[in-house]
Design a protein around this ligand. Structure first.
Ligand SMILES: C[S@@+](CC[C@H](N)C(=O)[O-])C[C@H]1O[C@@H](n2cnc3c(N)ncnc32)[C@H](O)[C@@H]1O
Length: 350
C-alpha cells in the first residue's frame, strides 16, 4: 500500500472512532507528504508496506510520546492529553516544526511496533467471562496471548455499569458507563491466575512503559485516557505475569488445572500472527480441548475482527466479534459485537 493511502485510511478510521484531531492531522500529513515536506523524509521508506504496519499511528504516537514526556513543549498547547486545545493551523505548524527539528529521533521511534493496550476491550472480555462463569462456575485462570501491558488481565478490577446494574469492582478507578447493551448474568467471579505473553510486552509499572502506552491513546479522547490512567493505577495494586514469549510457545507450555476453568483470551492480536502460527494455536487449543473435563474445562474467548460485506458494525467492513468456545464439547457461541476499542458493545440474545 502506498503511504498516502495508508494515511488516508487511518484518517477515516480516526474520524469514525472519535478522534477529529488525528483525522485532521493525518490529512495534513497527506498534504505535506505529497509536496515532499518533512513527513516525506520520514515516511517515504515505508512505501509499499501493509496497512497493518500502521505507519501513521506510529508517527503520531512517536510525537505524542515527545509531548507527554515534556520534550516538545511547543506542541503541548495543542494536545488535549496535556491540557492543550487542538488547532489545525497553529497546531500543524508546531507539529511540522517538531518533525523538522527532531527528524532523527522521530525516525528511530518509528521503527518500534505499535503498542496499544486498549482498556476499553476489557468490557468485552469481562462480559464474556461473566457469561462463561454463569455456565461453568469455577475459579478462572486467564491466559492472554498478545497481552501488551497486561492491563486487560485486570478486567475484573474495573467497574462496568449497564441497565442500572454494576459489575466488577465497585470502587475501581476505571469505570465503563454504559459498559454495554444487552443482558449478561451477574455472577461471583474469581480470577485465580493472570498470565499473559507478548513478543514485545510493555511494563505498565515503569514510567517508560506507562508513557509508551499513553502515547498510543489518541490525545483528544479523554475517556480512553482516563481509563488508561485508572488501569495503570490498578496495575500497581494487582500483579499479572506477562512474559516475553510468542503465543505459540506460550500455549505449548499451558496445561489445564483441576478445579479451575482455564481461559485463553485475546483481543485485536490475531491479525499480527503468521498463518502458520494461527494454525498452531488452533491445533493446540483443540489438543487441550480434548483433555478438558467437567472439573478442568477450557475456554477460548476473543474479541477480533471478522470481515463482513456491509459497513454496519465497525470500520473497514469488519465486525469486531466476541466469540466463546468451551470444552469439553467445544461448543461455540458468538456472544456479541463491539467497535475496535471495545466501545458500543452489544450482547446478542442467546
Ligand atoms: C494491537 S495490540 C493489542 C494488545 C491487547 N491485546 C489489547 O487489546 O489492547 C497487539 C499485540 O499483539 C502482540 N503480538 C503480535 N504478535 C504476537 C505473537 N506472535 N505472540 C504474542 N504476541 C504478539 C503485539 O506485540 C501487541 O502487543
Amino acid at each position: 500500500m502506498d503511504v498516502v493511502e495508508a494515511l488516508q485510511r487511518q484518517a477515516t478510521a480516526c474520524e469514525d472512532l472519535g478522534s477529529p484531531m488525528y483525522a485532521e492531522l493525518l490529512r495534513l500529513l497527506v498534504d505535506d507528504y505529497e509536496v515532499g515536506g518533512a513527513s516525506a523524509e520520514l515516511l517515504s521508506e515505508y512505501e509499499g508496506r501493509s496497512f497493518g504496519d500502521a505507519i501513521g499511528l506510529r508517527l503520531l504516537a512517536a510525537v505524542h510520546g515527545l509531548v507527554l514526556s515534556g520534550a516538545a513543549p511547543e506542541l503541548a498547547a495543542f494536545y488535549p492529553s496535556v491540557g492543550g486545545t487542538w488547532d489545525p493551523v497553529l497546531g500543524w505548524e508546531a507539529f511540522e516544526q517538531v518533525l523538522r527539528s527532531r527528524l532523527g529521533e522521530v525516525r528511530s521511534l518509528l521503527t518500534q511496533p505499535p503498542q496499544t493496550n486498549e482498556v476499553g476491550r476489557s468490557a468485552a472480555l469481562y462480559g464474556g467471562l461473566l457469561q462463561l462463569v454463569a455456565a461453568v462456575p469455577l475459579p478462572v485462570r486467564v491466559y492472554e496471548i498478545g497481552a501488551s501491558g497486561g492491563l486487560n488481565l485486570r478486567a475484573d478490577r474495573y467497574r462496568y455499569v449497564a441497565d442500572g446494574r454494576s459489575y466488577g469492582l465497585a470502587d475501581s478507578p476505571v469505570v465503563f458507563d454504559p459498559a454495554w447493551s444487552g443482558q449478561v448474568p451477574s455472577v461471583d467471579l474469581r480470577i485465580a491466575e493472570r498470565v499473559g505473553c507478548d513478543i514485545a510486552p510493555v511494563d505498565p509499572l515503569t514510567p517508560d512503559g506507562a508513557l509508551t502506552l499513553t502515547s498510543y491513546v489518541w490525545p483528544d479522547m479523554p475517556d480512553r485516557l482516563a481509563r488508561l490512567r485508572g488501569a495503570l493505577e490498578v496495575a500497581r495494586q494487582v500483579p499479572a505475569d506477562v512474559r516475553r514469549e510468542d503465543a505459540v510457545s506460550f500455549l505449548r507450555g499451558l496445561e489445564l488445572s483441576p478445579g479451575h476453568v482455564t481461559v485463553v483470551w485475546h483481543s485485536i492480536m490475531w491479525q499480527y500472527l503468521r498463518r502458520v502460527d494461527r494454525s498452531a494455536i488452533e491445533a493446540r487449543l483443540t489438543e487441550l480441548g480434548a483433555q478438558a473435563t467437567e472439573s478442568s474445562p477450557l475456554a477460548h474467548l476473543s474479541l477480533e475482527p471478522h470481515r463482513v460485506l456491509t459497513h454496519e458494525h465497525g470500520s473497514d467492513g469488519y465486525v469486531y466479534r466476541v466469540d466463546l468456545q468451551v470444552w469439553p464439547g467445544g461448543t461455540r457461541r458468538v456472544l456479541g459485537a463491539a467497535a475496535p476499542h471495545g466501545q458500543d458493545l452489544q450482547w446478542h440474545v442467546n
